[in-house]
Design a protein around this ligand. Structure first.
Ligand code: SF4
Length: 764
């Protein structure tokens, strides 16, 4: 018989592969415990046995100066007078050994808010292997000297064992309760409630467009995120909220935005610069901390920004790094003296509308953090943006009405516009204003490196280090707009673009004869043929992948990557690749300045009737069906319309030749997602030129979303009062029905339908 049952949650493995041949790291797909927590379904009554309901308890004991405990379900009150209980424990348990030796026990009666972490420590692990109370320190010591778990219990029963009955694999203990205490009136956690609710204990994530069943990833992330990683990210998020709340409550010595030393405002650009702390170095977490300002208010802000960036979809799958960052943030909170204002199990639970609004703000903040991080790396920061990270994160730990949450979201949208402006200024100051450039999709023979993600500073450092080395550099996915920046283009080894959008990386990188550098998202779990060629840097992480950290001066040493490229040697002959529609090149570089410099011609073309309408067709690309809409939309858009585009959604159509209107190609690629700022500037300038509001322009936004940067951009657009935005390929799962209805009513937010229908509606 191949059936095996998870003794924690009751999941039955009945797969074709014999259980013994499952890999050693096989984990229960429901509750995540290890393979050794499965038992053979040895008799026909095993499954009916699961129908018996029990309470769940942690029983603790101690001997030889050590404490231990485990979760039990087999506990009953035998008599009321004297107060005697009976419980059964497997003889292999360390706790069993201690109970036999000490004859003392303490029972914590668990409540329904007991977190998954408690079960991970007290159920899935053995006291023979770990110090359980070091891994789960939230305990107190009772009157008989034993530890118990007050925080997740409604009562404690302490006592002494007076009888032990051999029950084969188990021992049945009888003990008298000598002391007890009630903590609260919460319901006792039952085995059936635990099993029903285990998906929430396991993981819950609904932050991106590809979330499972359009509602939430509950067993494992569609992105490849494992429950342990989701849990680590939740804990990190809670710790960031706790830190922000502590910082907001305690303005130590005037340590607030704008008051810390080293920050000056660049009035011309409206951007703040922090020369002293604009460099990030990798701390214990392998994520950036700022050596210069690590113990200042700004150092704490930077930790929160990097923590938020770390939790964006497809950024970091490395639990050790996430936990190390959590540790840094926890230590930082100690400096501010704050307590815990939110717990992991509360993060995505509660009234569905309030969870929806709180999650929307959290995901928006995650998106904005990516932009703030990139700007900081280039030496730019803005005190208002920094302060809002603290405000926004601390608000996540407080109670608000729906109206208050909506106000916060609109306020956040305005701040995110500032953050995008900050990054726009940082990029153009460092790399020049983008100019139109034709980008080949051909890879020339010889050694090369592929760079993906959004971090232009990393690319710049790599280009400087590959100058004259005979190693070419190709962009992939999010990095495509780099070809428009003069300071990057001037390196002749920046050759072209390899492949298409992020979701195709597993097939495009298969057997690639070159290393790949992931500077930010979107990182997918790598295939075997290229996992050892993949490098991460900055906040990106994946277990086992090589990570290139910054030195104390912020510089990264890419010599191992360059050496690796030389060893792999690249393709023996030139290889012509194509875009998704068969095109052999794409055009980029129609940034804000290029478009605005041509404003008189554009306005003239509109007035002359040569341009009837503008569509901004942009946003993220993704793997899920339905995104063909955007290709269809661009193909079917009439010839007197212009397509502005930005971000990875462009890959659906950027290799199409759909002609030109006068000197302008009909597809104008404005850059990456943060260049939505540039698109807004263009829209505002056109509205001024035509003497109307942005909503009155012949302009429609047709957006595709995937991850959290799209969330912050959407909130910015809404905060500007921009209406009639078409959004797809699906509505965010974290918008409750009521929240979606409110947005539709106020902003005429529209889910996409079909290209034909939407074009007909827009153009009339
Ligand atoms: Fe699921 Fe997206 Fe969360 Fe990954 S990031 S677990 S795919 S909702």
């Amino acid at each position: 018989m191949n059936k095996h049952i998870c003794i924690i949650c009751g999941y039955i493995y009945d797969g074709n592969l014999p259980f013994s041949e499952l890999p050693p790291d096989y984990a229960c797909p429901i509750c995540g415990v290890a393979k050794n927590k499965f038992e053979v379904v040895s008799h026909e009554h095993k499954e009916p046995f699961l129908k018996i309901n029990y309470g769940l308890y942690v029983i603790t004991s101690s001997s030889g100066g050590k404490d231990n405990g485990c979760v039990i379900d087999a506990l009953m009150q035998l008599t009321d007078n004297p107060p005697v209980v009976a419980f059964s424990i497997n003889k292999v348990n360390k706790t069993h050994e201690m109970l036999v030796e000490s004859k003392k026990f303490c029972i914590s009666v668990l409540t329904e808010d007991a977190p998954r972490e408690l079960f991970r420590v007290f159920s899935a692990k053995s006291g023979k292997d770990i110090e359980k109370f070091e891994e789960f320190p939230e305990t107190e010591r009772g009157p008989n000297g034993l530890l118990y778990i007050r925080k997740y219990s409604n009562a404690r029963l302490s006592g002494t064992i007076f009888d032990m009955i051999d029950a084969g694999t188990h021992t049945l203990f009888r003990g008298e309760v000598t002391d007890s205490e009630i903590f609260n009136n919460k319901d006792t956690l039952t085995y059936s409630a635990y099993r029903k609710d285990v998906k929430y204990r396991q993981m819950f994530c609904f932050q991106c467009q590809q979330t499972a069943k359009g509602t939430g990833c509950a067993m494992i992330g569609v992105c490849g995120k494992k429950p342990e990683t989701a849990y680590a990210q939740d804990i990190l998020t809670c710790e960031m909220i706790n830190l922000a709340a502590a910082m907001r409550a305690t303005a130590k010595g005037g340590e607030t935005a704008g008051a810390a030393a080293g920050v000056s405002t660049d009035k011309a650009s409206g951007v703040s610069t922090d020369g002293a702390s604009g460099v990030s170095t990798d701390g214990a977490s392998g994520v950036s901390t700022d050596g210069a300002s690590a113990d200042t208010w700004y150092g704490a802000v930077d930790l929160i920004v990097d923590g938020l960036f770390t939790t964006i979809t497809n950024v970091n799958f490395d639990n050790e790094k996430i936990n190390a960052l959590t540790g840094e943030i926890k230590a930082k909170r100690a400096r501010y003296g704050g307590g815990e204002v939110i717990y992991q199990e509360e993060l995505f639970r509660g009234d569905e509308n309030l969870v929806s609004l709180r999650s929307t703000l959290l995901f928006g903040l995650r998106g904005m953090a990516a932009y703030a991080h990139h700007a900081r790396i280039l030496g730019k920061r803005d005190s208002e943006v920094d302060a809002w990270f603290i405000k926004g994160m601390s608000e996540l730990g407080t109670v608000h009405t729906i109206g208050e949450w909506l106000e916060l979201l609109m306020e956040f949208g305005g701040v995110n516009l500032k953050c995008m402006a900050l990054l726009d200024g940082a990029n153009t100051a460092a790399f020049g204003d983008p100019v139109p450039a034709r980008v080949a999709l051909k890879v020339e023979k010889g050694p090369f490196i592929v760079v993906t993600g959004h971090d232009l500073h990393d690319l710049k450092m790599l280009l400087e280090q590959t100058d004259g080395k005979g190693v070419d550099v190709y962009t992939h996915g999010e990095m495509l707009p780099a070809h428009g920046y003069p300071e990057l283009k001037k390196h002749p080894q920046l050759m072209g673009n390899f492949g298409t959008a992020w979701q195709n990386q597993q097939s495009e990188f298969k057997d690639i004869p070159a290393p790949v550098l992931f500077t930010t998202n979107c990182l997918m779990p790598p295939g075997k043929s290229y996992g050892d060629k993949a490098y991460t840097t900055s906040v990106v992480g994946y277990p086992g992948m090589k990570h290139i950290a910054a030195g104390a001066d912020g510089r990264k040493d890419f010599s191992a990557l360059i050496e690796h490229a030389m060893q792999l040697g690249g393709f023996p002959e030139d290889r012509q690749f194509t875009g998704v529609n068969g095109g052999e090149s794409v055009t980029v570089g129609y940034g804000r300045k290029t478009v605005l410099d041509s404003a008189p011609d554009i306005i003239g073309a509109v007035k002359a009737g040569a341009i009837r309408h503008f569509f901004l067709v942009g946003g993220c690309d993704g793997a899920q069906p339905g995104r063909g809409y955007y290709t269809d939309f661009v193909k079917q858009a009439p010839k007197d319309t212009v397509i502005l585009t930005l971000a990875c959604g462009r890959y659906r159509f950027n290799d199409l030749d759909i002609g030109a209107i006068g000197p302008f190609p009909r597809i104008l690629d404005m850059g990456q997602c943060n260049d939505a700022y540039g698109a807004i500037q263009v829209a505002v300038a056109l509205a001024e030129a035509f003497g109307c509001g942005v909503n009155d322009l012949p302009l429609t936004l047709v957006l595709s979303w995937y991850e959290q940067k799209a969330v912050c951009i959407l909130l910015t657009l809404l905060s500007l009062g921009i209406k009639n935005i078409y959004i797809g390929p699906s509505i965010p799962a974290f918008f409750s029905e009521a929240v979606l209805n409110a947005l539709v009513e106020k902003f005429d937010l529209r889910p996409i339908t079909t290209a034909e229908q939407d074009l007909a509606t827009i153009l009339g």
